[in-house]
Design a protein. Structure first.
Length: 311
């Protein structure tokens, strides 16, 4: 497992991380039992994964709780933990600055650790990304002073959002929507490097499309029912183009495209079973060649960006 810089002076993180949404009870994914959750976490650790991403609203706190049951048995210096706030463990959404510390305290208790490596605002409204317009970052700076967190940032989708945070706050961690079909965040990567910040690439498989399991005739339920028939047809056509470009399996290219950029510290694909976790790890074995990365960047600029694909 390759490792990359995350926080200045901190330990390097595995280039593939463990996204823990699926560990929560009633997470909206296939149900994962507590025993299977523990097995997946320990398998990840055994295979060199040391970065774990979670949130209070993942299973109403149960994702953090299940991680915590394993973390209490592991050397704290062995793991890097990121959680979020704003979307609470009771299902409510509250980005108020006075809710930050209580939320972080509850997360620390569930995770059974004393300090978070990073805490990020969980997909907030745009006005909360400007440090000159709100007091949230003062609260986060106090939490650093108190030793509750080491760094902070936000979960965002676009380069402009990352840039605003970097220019108006001391945010140094960005969980960003970034994959072959959504490359906008790349526009902020140079500034990320200049500031010594870190990017966590989320949704690398584009909600399953870049695994190759969906096509023009696929039907969707739950959160994926958001796509219209036109959206599905467009996605299917673009995925076929990606297949032509990569000339092989989609999954490895989807993951290694993200880590082909040195601003990306880690990528967090979802896995609802130990088998999927191991498949994700295997997919990372061969780094993407520069020529292929350039082809996929050109494809995005020429054929995808103007479409403004919906999430």
């Amino acid at each position: 497992m390759n490792h990359r810089p995350y926080l200045p002076g901190g330990i390097a993180v595995s280039e593939i991380g463990f996204g823990a949404w699926q560990l929560g009870v009633e997470s909206g994914w296939k149900a994962v039992s507590e025993a299977e959750a523990e097995r997946m976490i320990r398998t990840a650790l055994d295979r060199g994964i040391n970065f774990f991403d979670t949130a209070p609203n993942y299973g109403m706190g149960t994702s953090e709780e299940r991680l915590g049951k394993v973390f209490k048995t592991v050397d704290r210096d062995r793991i890097v933990v990121n959680t979020k706030f704003g979307r609470l463990d009771n299902g409510q959404i509250d980005f108020s600055s006075d809710q930050i510390q209580p939320s972080i305290e509850r997360s620390l208790k569930r995770l059974q650790i004393d300090c978070l490596d990073s805490a990020i605002i969980h997909s907030p409204q745009s006005e909360l990304l400007n440090g000159n317009a709100c007091d949230h970052y003062e609260v986060l700076e106090r939490l650093i002073d108190q030793g509750k967190i080491k760094a902070y940032g936000a979960s965002v989708d676009f380069a402009s959002e990352i840039t605003t945070l970097l220019e108006t706050t001391n945010a140094r961690v960005f969980q960003s929507f970034f994959n072959i079909l959504h490359q906008d965040a790349k526009g902020a990567f140079e500034l990320v490097r200049e500031k010594g910040a870190a990017v966590i690439a989320k949704i690398p498989f584009d909600s399953g499309w870049l695994t190759g399991k969906y096509g023009a005739h696929s039907a969707f339920e739950g959160v994926r029912a958001r796509w219209s028939r036109e959206d599905i047809a467009t996605r299917a056509r673009l995925v076929d183009r990606v297949k032509e470009i990569v000339g092989g399996e989609l999954m490895p290219s989807a993951l290694t495209f993200c880590t082909a950029f040195d601003a990306v510290s880690t990528v967090i694909p979802g896995a609802v079973s130990e088998a999927q976790l191991l498949a994700n790890i295997r997919a990372m074995q061969q780094p993407m060649q520069e020529e292929l990365r350039a082809q996929l960047e050109a494809f995005y600029e020429d054929e995808v960006r103007a479409l403004k694909l919906p999430w």
